[in-house]
Design a binder for this molecule. Structure first.
Ligand SMILES: *Cc1c(COP(=O)(O)O)cnc(C)c1O
Length: 392
């Protein structure tokens, strides 16, 4: 299995069949597990192997199939499925850090990630330094003897800044810290994040992995030692474990993940080509596009530019709202990675709580629109945007 290509792993890795030989992965909707004897129960509580289960909060066969498929794809030693992406991010940080430790994080973060790091961690006596994630000197200068974690989103939301994973990993490791990467925007299809040097990769499976807007989920991937000795003891006692139903939906999502992400990325490139130089568009952001300030780094780290485009409409919020109101196919929603194309206005939704100065510094302007490219025909989407932009 280790030599299989990613698309083969996405369909087959981790699948285990019961005595009935079912074709589709079984959904084990059970809270607990039974034992043949007290001796067997005793043994299982002493040494719990990945194929033996005790209680749903600790693990479940359907969830394990999802974890093993993701481990094979990502090249990780172990993994643990969580209830949401935020349970994966927060559980990772809470399980590593304790009072007196220090974390360095990129400041270009998903709103909830920023709240966990900049608010909750500080409240618990953890020192926090926020840096410009694209500037390796700032990472280097921020390191302290008590730095335990460096955290970043491989591609930031919504301005699609690209962080140099190998560069930051080198700085983290020189200081004895772990690099944790939230890889949602880069997807497991386009970027080999552990091979680039990250120690731990986290996903919101809610996004591309489900990809059809149904379930929440998350996953943490890292070494066997980290997952078993650090993450699981924290998570199994605090409780945000993944539902077996959601794991089953995610397993089905993984079967088509590469097909969907590649089609969405190809369409994204076509939309970028159609919007480039448009008289109503002040700024167009797509990681691998020539005009992106870090396009060389993006091309080095990723096989395609991802499935999200951001662009600034001239005329600020009013113009952006006129464009969004004029869309016929693209739906207004703050989700992303879905089969349906989705657009959002970050300033008034996802990034509403950011201070205006911080928003301006991050380039999140009043005219900015984030577009998550779906599986519709590229020509229809281009026509929808060109028609809407004529209303700007
Ligand atoms: C959506 C998202 C999360 C949180 O995931 P949930 O499943 O909604 O908890 C974390 N990080 C990034 C980059 C995201 O896009």
């Amino acid at each position: 299995m280790e030599n299989w290509k990613p698309k083969t792993k996405l369909v087959h890795a981790g699948a285990k069949r019961s005595q009935f030989g079912e074709l589709s992965e079984a959904m084990f909707l059970t809270q607990g597990f039974v034992y043949d004897s007290p001796e067997q129960a005793e043994a299982r509580f002493i040494e719990n192997t990945p194929d033996e289960f005790i209680y749903g909060r600790y693990g479940n066969p359907t969830v394990r199939m999802f974890e093993e498929r993701m481990m094979a794809l990502e090249g990780a030693g172990d993994a643990f499925g969580t209830a949401t992406g935020m349970a994966a991010v927060s559980g990772t940080l809470f399980s590593i850090l304790r009072a007196g430790d220090h974390i360095v994080s990129s400041k270009a973060l998903f709103g909830s990630c920023l709240f966990v790091i900049d608010d909750i961690l500080r409240r618990w006596g953890i020192e926090v330094t926020l840096v410009d994630g694209t500037d390796l000197d700032q990472w280097r200068d921020a390191m302290q003897p008590n730095t335990k974690v460096c955290f970043l989103e491989a591609i930031s939301n919504p301005t699609l800044e690209v962080s140099d994973i190998s560069g930051v990993a080198g700085i983290a490791h020189a200081g004895g810290a772990l690099l944790v990467v939230d890889n949602v925007f880069a997807t497991p299809v386009f970027q080999r994040t552990l091979e680039l040097g990250a120690d731990i990769v986290v996903y919101s499976a809610t996004k591309h992995i489900d990809g059809q807007g149904r379930c929440l989920g998350g996953i943490v991937l890292g070494t066997k030692e980290f997952i078993q000795d650090t993450f699981i003891p924290f998570n199994k006692h605090t409780g945000p474990s993944m539902s077996p139903f959601n794991a089953w939906v995610m397993l089905k999502g993984l079967e088509t993940l590469a097909l969907r992400c590649e089609a969405q990325a190809d369409t994204a490139q076509k939309v970028v080509d159609a919007l480039r130089g448009h008289e109503k568009v002040a700024r167009l952001l797509f990681p691998t596009d020539d005009a992106h300030p870090q396009c060389e780094l993006a091309r080095r780290q990723m096989t395609k530019g991802g499935t999200v485009i951001s662009f600034e409409v001239k005329g600020g919020k009013e113009a952006a709202f006129r464009v969004l109101n004029a869309l016929n196919i693209v739906i207004l929603s703050n989700n992303l990675g879905d089969a349906k194309s989705l657009a959002t206005h970050p300033v008034t939704t996802t990034h509403k709580n950011l201070a205006p100065e911080a928003r301006a510094a991050a380039g999140i302007t009043d005219g900015l629109i984030r577009f998550s490219v779906g599986l519709e025909d590229a020509d229809d989407l281009i026509e929808d945007w060109l028609g809407a932009l004529s209303q700007a």
